[in-house]
Design a protein. Sequence first.
Length: 70
Amino acid sequence: MKNLFTAFRLLTITTLISVSFLSCNNDDYDDDDYKRTHGNYTNRNKHPNEVLPPGCHWEWDDNHWERDCD
């Protein structure tokens, strides 16, 4: 009975450690679906270097930059 309890405890600990490693390996931020729904924030601050006419500015719209003119 004591060996069964020790084996069950070892199995439980091993399972918990395995699950914690799997949950830490979640790479949602590199997933294309995540970028499509949440925007690619790595490029959000890098608006195009195109020269804009007077009265125009860059505006972030959902997942891409757009030129907005007054």
